[in-house]
Structure formats: structure tokens, C-alpha cells
Design a protein around this ligand. Structure first.
Ligand SMILES: [Zn+2]
Length: 442
């Protein structure tokens, strides 16, 4: 048994949100008990004890839309003119980059990004992967990086027609092989979804092949939806419908499916998302930086759609995404109070619920029976921290760099900001060397 105690416990459990001098007892990767430090130490005198030294103990954060390989673009200089719209961003940066990725780049960029996740207190990610020049085995290489770092991951390969028929075949097969291997292994740290790029790069024929297979495998989809106006315009032109309507007709929506972005959705589409219990993931930094608009997340939440929070590869620090999402809703609506309840709920309720359904135990809460994913944050509050103002402290007082200790499934992967099982400088040096060659091919 492992005890993590002597800290201020923020549980995200509405029945007992804050425990001063709190402690979490962990057994077999799950939280066994939550209570006072002295009580739990008395009950479990032989347990290993991690001392939080009065700092904050809280659930690890969850990112429900990520691209680990985007790490390779940090500092990359574009070779063409600066992109003038969203499609040009894809063509001049992301599609040009993902085409030249090797399996080794995939592994090294994943492990580098996962280390950064751990250092920022992100313990679970839902990744969306693309490497058309190295499809076969790519999800298994990311899984290897996930196992080595200990981060809980849900992976998929994005099927798209943009790279030709052979790559479609390979990527459908990669999703199938990976999903089957996850189901067979029963690994509680590794799950899969069926990846699709976006409506505007997936033909009806390809989508139908994927829906048949996903149904056989009982898997949901992870797809970019109506991120830019161009996706909607293409769908109306080619398919005579809007994007969510087309995905509904194709059988892609559903309670296991993640639709990232949904920036350009109308009332009827919001209704379809709600009726089908489809998950939407908001990516504020990405939407702002790609100048695609801002998603009507408050409207969707008000209408009963589950809306989670992702970073779209823009950052590994979900505290940062929380801050940006909060500011964006105020900016979007012109109302300084907008999103005050809804934005934290995206990260701490919707992401937690989505992850719980994927990984089979409660997540995002420090409660008995939950996966033991927790962090210790070096935060000495300058003002009183109470049950009633926890979110204000998280929003304005904490950042990823304040995370001192990260525990995932009961495994201590970082203590006092040092990764315990990985030489991070060695990994980063290897990732840099591989990126240098990748940039030459770009
Ligand atoms: Zn994305």
C-alpha cells in the first residue's frame, strides 16, 4: 500500500471537496481510501508514505484531444509563405510534417511529449495520430512510449483519403490491430478509439468501411469536426449537408465518439450531438491560433452536450488550457462572468467522465475505487483556500510547472520534479537529434 499525505487534498468530489492535512491510500493502482493523514497512517503503519509537505494533492489532469507528434514542430521554420488560412496551415505545416515522420520520430516525439505531460501534471491523454509514411506499427510505438513513461493513453490513427488508397488500407488496419490488441491485453493504462481525420478528407466509401469495422470492434471514433468554415463548405458542396449531419448519417456519432472542435455547428447539429450523446472536445488555444473562430461551447453545454477540454497539441499543460478557455468565453460573449462554472466543468467533470468510461474506473476524482492518478502541486496559497473557492485558486494560482510529484495508476513517475525511471535529458537529446533530421526532410 502507498499513502500520499500531509497535504491539502482537493478531491474534486462534491461530497468532500477539501481535506486539510489529507491523505490518499493506494492499493493495486486504485484509490482504496481517502481521509486524514494521521488516521490513515495509524490504519496502515506498514505502508510506504509519500510526504506532500503541506502542498496541494489533487487528481492528475486529463487531455481529451492531443497530437503527441506536434512536439516535432516546436521551433520549426516553414519553407513556404506563411499560411493565410486553416487549409494552408494543414498543407504547409502539419501534412507536410506528418508525411516525413518515421516510426522512430513517432516514438521519440511521443516520449518527449509524454515526459512534458508528466511534468505538467497531465496523467491521461487521448491522442490523435498521423504519420502516413510510417503507418504500420505507429500506434504500437506510441504505446511503447506510454508504457515507458507510465502515462495513461487512449490512441487512434487518423484515417483519411488525402494520402491515397494504400495508406487508407494501412491506417484502417492499424486501428484494427491496435484496438484488438488493447481489448486482448485488458491493460487499464492503454485504450483505443477509431481515428478519422475530418469530414473533408474522408470519402463516404472510406467512412463506411470504418463504421463497419468500428461496430465489430465496439469502438467509438475520434475525429476533427467543423474546425474551420472550409470543412462545412466542402461538406455542403460535396454531400449536400453540414458536417455533423453527414457524420450522423454515416453512423459516426455516439456516446463513445469524440468530436474535436465543433466550432462551426448550428442549432440542428447541436441537437444531433446531444441526441446521440456524442462528446465534443473544445481546444481553445488551437482555435484561436489557427484563427478558425471560437466554438459555441456554452450553448452546447446549456443544451446538454458533454463538452470536454483538449489542447490539440498546443500545450501539454492543461492548467494553461483551463486559463485560456476561461478567458476566451469572456472575450467571445462580452460577459465577464461567462463560463465561470462551465469551463472548469469541461476539465474536471466532462474529461473525467469521458476518461472514466474509457478506462473502466472513476477518474479525475480522489475517491475510493478511482484510478490512482494524482499530483502534488507546490502551491502555498497567498489567500485562504476554502471549499467554496477551490476553482479560483486552481485558475489563478496554479500552473503545470508547479507540479512536484506525479503518480499514475499508483506508480510514482515523478518525485520532486525528477522523473524516476527515465533519464529525461538523454531522451530529449535523442528527440532533438531525430528532429534535426526530420526538419531536413520537411
Ligand atoms: Zn487535432
Amino acid at each position: 500500500m502507498l499513502l500520499v499525505g500531509n497535504g491539502t487534498l482537493i478531491t474534486q468530489d462534491e461530497h468532500l471537496p477539501l481535506i486539510e492535512d489529507g491523505c490518499v491510500a493506494i492499493q493495486d493502482g486504485l484509490i482504496a481510501e481517502v481521509g486524514g493523514t494521521a488516521d490513515l497512517q495509524r490504519k496502515h503503519p506498514a505502508a510506504q508514505f509519500v510526504n506532500a509537505h503541506g502542498r496541494v494533492i489533487m487528481p492528475g489532469l486529463i487531455n481529451t484531444h492531443m497530437h503527441l507528434y506536434s512536439t516535432c514542430a516546436c521551433g520549426l521554420a516553414l519553407k513556404d509563405e506563411s499560411p493565410g488560412n486553416f487549409l494552408e496551415i494543414l498543407e504547409r505545416l502539419w501534412w507536410r510534417l506528418d508525411r516525413v515522420l518515421t516510426l522512430e520520430d513517432v516514438y521519440l516525439s511521443a516520449i518527449a511529449a509524454l515526459i512534458d505531460c508528466i511534468k505538467n501534471g497531465t496523467t491521461t491523454i487521448f491522442d490523435h495520430h498521423s504519420s502516413p509514411g510510417a503507418v504500420t506499427g505507429s500506434l504500437f510505438r506510441i504505446a511503447e512510449a506510454a508504457r515507458r513513461t507510465g502515462v495513461r493513453t487512449c490512441l487512434c490513427y487518423e484515417v483519411t483519403d488525402r494520402d491515397g488508397a494504400a495508406v487508407v488500407d494501412q491506417s484502417i488496419e492499424e486501428n484494427r490491430a491496435f484496438l484488438q490488441s488493447c481489448q486482448q491485453s485488458g491493460d487499464s493504462l492503454l485504450k483505443g478509439l477509431f481515428g478519422l481525420h475530418a469530414s473533408f478528407t474522408v470519402s463516404d466509401k472510406t467512412a463506411e468501411r470504418c463504421t463497419v469495422l468500428a461496430k465489430e470492434l465496439d469502438a467509438g471514433f475520434h475525429i476533427h469536426v467543423a474546425e474551420a468554415e472550409a470543412d462545412v463548405a466542402q461538406c455542403q458542396r460535396e454531400h449536400g449537408r453540414r458536417v455533423v449531419e453527414r457524420l450522423h448519417d454515416l453512423g459516426i456519432l455516439g456516446s463513445k465518439t469524440i468530436t474535436a472542435h465543433c466550432v462551426h455547428v448550428n442549432d440542428a447539429e447541436i441537437e444531433l450531438l446531444k441526441e446521440s450523446k456524442t462528446n465534443v472536445v473544445h481546444n481553445p488555444e488551437s482555435n484561436m491560433a489557427n484563427a478558425v473562430g471560437s466554438a459555441p461551447v456554452l450553448e452546447m453545454i446549456r443544451r446538454g452536450v458533454r463538452v470536454g477540454l483538449g489542447s490539440d497539441g498546443y500545450t501539454t499543460d492543461m492548467f494553461e488550457s483551463l486559463k485560456v478557455a476561461n478567458a476566451l468565453q469572456k472575450h467571445r460573449t462580452g460577459q465577464p462572468g461567462a463560463g465561470w462554472m462551465e469551463v472548469p466543468a469541461m476539465l474536471f467533470a466532462a474529461n473525467a467522465d469521458l476518461a472514466s468510461e474509457s478506462f473502466g474506473h472513476p477518474m479525475g476524482k480522489l475517491i475510493p475505487g478511482a484510478h490512482a492518478d494524482l499530483i502534488i502541486v507546490d502551491y502555498d496559497p497567498p489567500t485562504p483556500l476554502r471549499t467554496t473557492n477551490i476553482m479560483g485558486h486552481i485558475l489563478f494560482g496554479v500552473s503545470g510547472r508547479a507540479v512536484e510529484t506525479t503518480i499514475i495508476g499508483g506508480r510514482i513517475v515523478m518525485a520532486e520534479r525528477k522523473l524516476l525511471e527515465i533519464d529525461e535529458h538523454e531522451v530529449m537529446a535523442k528527440a532533438r537529434a531525430s528532429a534535426e533530421k526530420l526538419w531536413q526532410r520537411f
